[in-house]
Design a protein around this ligand. Structure first.
Ligand code: NAG
Length: 405
């Protein structure tokens, strides 16, 4: 049993090396690869929103080194796409490039995104999102913008009143859109300056296919450069996963099946380190798609922290890093107002929960698996919709002890 397992991991290592040498040249060859890998408007849109998400995640990861960070990128794509509808042709082109829409050649782009959002938010998948544009009170707005966005995305941009009630108004709306799961998206009042605010939030409740039998364990988690912490973990033997090792990135990767065609990828570095720069740099829609086709089925003894987290941040300072510096200097939101209108904030909040429950039990008839997969040190994970390939959630966990909702 043990030797088969080693062979299996070895085989995966080999195929990784192959996959990487075939795609060599990386950057320049990237966009041509997309055309082959992602063939339908939905999977192309899924790849575009994911690539934007990975870019944003990298920007956040490097601005906040060695900390827990999380994003629900598709809700940010939704908010910035709504905003793009208020831009001049040039502004729209700049935003579309950052959002990775420029290679799609999709005349129905907005409908494709709308359908993708509806599909990833279907109730069984466990994701809810909220995305909306809020405008400062004193802007003389063009009513067409409100109608356009509402007709396309079913959410009407809102003009703020400019008083203390604004914050409550935003927070109440987000809470309502997410079934009461995202509360207090704004922790402080929106900037007073004349301009627009893009709000986005995502809630994800992980639902496994295979349940975890042992719950409520308090296990040791090794923190980089600090004493181990005790955190709640769940455990199950013979847990069916797909798995592989990547020798270049020095990590082992498992894919866990979640309900309704969603899966979680866990990237566990071989060593205790909170520096996952190399791994973060390699994340693209194409890389993860390749991975999903390369990982091999295995049964493992799986130990995983029980995640319950909430995280919020203003993404505005990161937009320069995803190619929007030029646009930020001259937003050209002429469809919103004839006055110069700046982007004031891009508040984003995510909440995520995992529970041990699942619909199936792991097999107990087989002998226990010798292969251990213990997520007991800093790791990176992502949640992906398998049908569209869209990235729903991504996070870096360096210390689960400090996470809470
Ligand atoms: C993180 O790792 C990368 C490459 O693996 C290295 O270049 C960088 O200096 C490291 N950063 C820190 C803060 O140690």
């Amino acid at each position: 049993m043990k030797s088969t397992t080693f062979l299996l991991v070895f085989a995966v290592v080999l195929s990784f090396c192959q996959a990487q040498s075939e795609t060599g040249g990386e950057e320049t060859g990237g966009e041509e690869e997309h055309v082959e890998l992602f063939t339908t408007p939905t999977t192309k849109m899924g790849a575009a929103t994911s690539d934007f998400g990975y870019n944003l995640f990298r920007a956040l990861a490097s601005s906040q080194a060695s900390t827990n960070i999380f994003l629900g990128p598709i809700s940010v794509s939704a908010a910035l796409t709504q905003l793009s509808m208020g831009g001049s042709e040039r502004a729209q082109r700049q935003l579309f490039r950052a959002l990775r829409y420029h290679t799609l050649q999709d005349p129905q782009l907005h409908n494709t995104l709308k359908d993708l959002l509806a599909s990833v938010k279907s109730p069984g998948k466990g994701l809810s999102t909220a995305a909306r544009i809020y405008l400062a009170r004193r802007i003389r707005t063009k009513p067409e913008f409100f109608t356009l966005v509402e007709q396309q995305y079913g959410v009407r941009p809102k003009a703020l009143l400019g008083g203390p009630k604004d914050m409550k108004d935003v927070n109440d709306w987000v809470a309502q859109e997410t079934g009461g799961k995202i509360l207090s998206l704004l922790a402080k009042a929106l900037p007073k300056a004349l301009g627009v605010n893009a709000i986005s939030g995502a809630y994800f409740k992980g639902k496994w296919v295979t349940r975890f039998g042992q719950t409520g364990l308090m296990e040791s988690f090794q923190v980089d450069g600090g004493a181990p912490v005790r955190v709640p973990m769940m455990q199950q033997d013979n847990y069916p996963v797909k798995m592989g090792a990547d020798s270049d990135l020095s990590c082992t990767i498992t894919q866990l099946q979640m309900q309704d065609g969603v899966s979680m990828f866990i990237f566990l570095p071989d060593d205790v380190t909170s520096n996952m720069t190399l791994l973060e740099e390699s994340l693209t829609a194409e890389f993860v798609q390749d991975l999903s086709m390369t990982l091999l089925p295995a049964k493992v003894s799986l130990t995983l922290p029980v995640l319950r987290l909430s995280y919020s941040t203003d993404l505005l300072p990161l937009l320069g890093d995803v190619g929007l510096s030029e646009w930020l200097a001259d937003t050209d939101l002429e469809q919103i107002s004839a006055q110069p209108t700046k982007l004031n904030s891009v508040n984003h909040k995510v909440v995520m929960e995992t529970a041990p429950e699942g619909t199936q039990y792991a097999s107990t008839t087989e002998a226990g698996s010798h292969l251990l997969y213990r997520v007991d040190r800093p790791f990176l994970y992502l949640v992906r919709d398998e049908m569209s390939g869209a990235l729903l959630f991504i996070g870096r966990v360096v210390n689960p002890k400090v996470l809470s909702i």
